[in-house]
Ligand binder design. Structure first.
Ligand SMILES: Cc1cc2nc3c(=O)[nH]c(=O)nc-3n(C[C@H](O)[C@H](O)[C@H](O)COP(=O)(O)O)c2cc1C
Length: 162
């Protein structure tokens, strides 16, 4: 059983979560603000996403969640992030990198790495070894690319979540 879990303040990461779930045929989409660790631990595969707020921080609800209560050992996890590569070019989608570090520490098998987005940004915690640790979206400046990015990423990870 797979769930898509999101942290979202203005609705963009929530929209992405719903589109990813629809594309992959996943029935369960959970707002981290209303979800317990026990509930999440009932799923064996997870897709987790967060927007970035403050100066390179996790979205507030995702930030408040106690990841140490999650059992992610050996579980397949894919990650997505939402940010603004123009106004926050040196912390673009940092939340995606923070999620990666938290899930890695808990032993997750993280899939869904991507090439770095073509957006004009300076730095990101999600950037590793020339690529990105998951799907990075920018509704604010490149909203017209979101649907295609999601479709391509879902094609990439589909076999991991079937
Ligand atoms: C006060 C504020 C701080 C932000 N900080 C960052 C940031 O550090 N890095 C980034 O990529 N985006 C940043 N953003 C942009 C949001 O992540 C972006 O607007 C996103 O689409 C919001 O998604 P949500 O509606 O799911 O919360 C910030 C936006 C605001 C208003």
């Amino acid at each position: 059983m797979t769930a898509v879990i999101f942290g979202s303040t203005m609705g963009n990461a929530e929209e992405a979560a719903n589109k990813i779930a629809a594309n992959l045929g996943i029935d369960t989409v959970l707002n981290i603000a209303e979800t317990s660790a026990d509930e999440i631990n009932g799923f064996d595969k997870l897709i987790i996403g967060s927007s970035t707020w403050g100066s390179g921080d996790l979205q507030d609800d995702m930030d408040a969640f106690d990841f140490s209560e999650l059992n992610l050992s050996g579980k397949t996890v894919a990650l997505f992030g939402v940010g603004d590569s123009s106004s926050y070019d040196d912390t673009y989608c940092d939340a995606l990198g923070i999620l990666f570090d938290k899930c890695s520490e808990l032993g997750a098998n993280i899939v869904g790495a991507t090439a770095a987005p073509s957006f004009d940004f300076t730095d990101s915690k999600a950037s590793r070894d020339g690529g990105f640790v998951g799907l990075a979206l920018d509704f604010d400046n490149y909203g017209d690319q979101v649907d295609e990015q999601i479709a391509n990423w879902c094609d990439q990870i589909r076999a991991n979540f079937s």
